[in-house]
Design a protein around this ligand. Structure first.
Ligand code: URA
Length: 435
């Protein structure tokens, strides 16, 4: 087999066989296929498209390029949650301990901030000492003991995806539905869980904004998972405004602690309860959503889920004092300033991607993989869709440590809000379920 022939075939709209895809992927990982050849293949796939069989084969080849984590010795239903990324979406920080309290084993291998969206690992690292890179042995021990671990992907997990994603990132081939589906699912399948609840975001702050495209992506990911014998569920949820009231790493950890104390924002809490209850159903811990939600609310109200979060922090060498005194022990910003509304009226729409990019400008996210995150920086949001605001009333407060980019971030945030005289209609938090 020759990679040039395969690129030629795809370029001319041919269908690649499972064997051909496996050859291309494994040769790329072992060095027999060069970056420029794989880039050409990815561009051909992007433009010509790949069908379902090719997508399944691509996912499988990427899973097989590394090690699949074997969690079979750990008793209990192993269910994870994955979000396609958003602004203010720190739900994993709450869902992982909450689901574990209800009897789910949560093997959470999370990601870092990417573009305008935040990442769970960066948020966790705003807790002093918290370690996200732990050995596989340690990871399994923790899962056995606590029922939950929140770590970075191990080195050998779907290495083909890592290399191919790096190419896609710089060759304008990221936003292809089958390539995204194969990329996400290869990592999730290699992670070794029995099931997965997907939170596919739609709206101005999502990677894929159109609802129809999100539905296609969700369906495809569900099919890929089921093809690999995973229990799957997916929700299409709203990202046309930031979730909750905080954007930025330490701020989002503080908000998560409030949610774990049942004093968090309603939209955030509702989404947490919905996604976690679906994990309970997939894991056969509960039979119906209402009962699952009632059980989860009890675990929040009793403080059990908060205690589980404390146990995770202790197990992963973080400073557990953040639980009781987040204001004292989480990183803070030296400067704060209000972001005032330009005119009076109702918040009609929010360009959420711009809010995410404004947070990157003040260091809460990164533009390059190597960038260091300023964990204290971010926004506390006061006004959301449908709220009334007076002229010059604060929409939010910006927390920052460095004056560089502050003016640009401020303008970007304020201009992301569209304020109109009349109240409009606003999107629901949850659009639909794909299962
Ligand atoms: N996240 C991934 O892991 N892969 C993609 O292709 C896009 C987003």
């Amino acid at each position: 087999m020759n990679i040039c022939d395969l690129i030629y075939k795809k370029r001319n709209n041919g269908k690649l066989t499972e064997e051909e895809i496996r050859f291309a992927v494994s040769s790329y990982v072992s060095g027999g296929v060069a970056d420029y050849q794989m880039s050409a293949m990815l561009m051909a796939m992007f433009i010509r498209g790949i069908d379902k069989a090719e997508t399944f084969a691509l996912t499988k080849a990427m899973v097989e390029s590394g090690k699949v984590c074997d969690l079979s010795r750990i008793e209990g239903p192993k269910i994870d949650k994955h979000s396609t990324g958003g602004v203010g979406d720190g739900t994993s920080l709450v869902i992982a301990p909450l689901a574990a309290c209800a009897g789910i084993i949560v093997p959470m291998m999370a990601g870092r901030s990417l573009g305008h969206t935040g990442g769970t690992l960066d948020k966790l690292e705003s807790i002093r000492g918290f370690r996200v890179n732990i050995s596989e042995t340690q990871y399994k021990k923790q899962l056995q003991k606590l029922g939950v671990a929140m770590i970075s992907q191990t080195q050998n997990l779907a290495p083909a995806d890592k290399k191919m994603y790096a190419l896609r990132d710089v060759t304008a081939t990221v936003d292809s539905i089958p390539l995204i589906a194969a990329s996400i699912m290869s990592k999730k399948i290699a992670e070794g869980a029995d099931g997965l609840v997907l939170d596919v975001k739609t709206g101005t702050g999502a990677f894929i904004q159109k609802k129809e495209d999100c539905e296609e992506l969700a369906k495809l990911m569900v099919e890929i998972g089921e093809n690999c014998s995973k229990k799957m569920d997916a929700l299409i949820t709203d990202m046309s405004q930031p979730l909750g009231n905080c954007v930025g790493n330490a701020l989002e950890v503080k908000q998560a602690i409030n949610v774990l104390k049942s004093t968090g924002p309603k939209d955030f809490t509702d989404l947490v309860l919905t996604l976690t209850s679906r994990m309970l159903i997939l894991g056969k811990v509960e039979k119906d959503i209402q009962r699952a939600k009632a059980r989860l609310k009890k675990l929040l109200n009793s403080g059990a889920a908060l205690e589980k979060f404390r146990e995770i922090i202790i197990a992963q060498k973080g400073d557990p004092r953040v639980i009781d005194k987040p204001d004292k022990y989480l990183p803070k910003a030296a400067g704060k300033c209000p972001l005032a509304a330009k005119n009076a009226g109702f918040i009609n729409s929010i360009n959420t991607r711009e809010i995410g990019l404004a947070s990157v400008l003040i260091g809460a996210g990164r533009t390059k993989k190597e960038d260091k995150i300023d964990t204290g920086a971010g926004f506390v949001i006061y006004k959301k869709l449908g709220d009334y605001v007076k002229k010059n009333e604060p929409l939010a407060r910006m927390h920052y440590n460095h004056s560089k980019n502050v003016e640009e971030a401020k303008n970007r945030f304020i201009n992301a809000y569209s304020i109109t005289e009349n109240k409009g209609s606003y999107p629901p938090l949850i659009y639909s379920e794909i299962s």
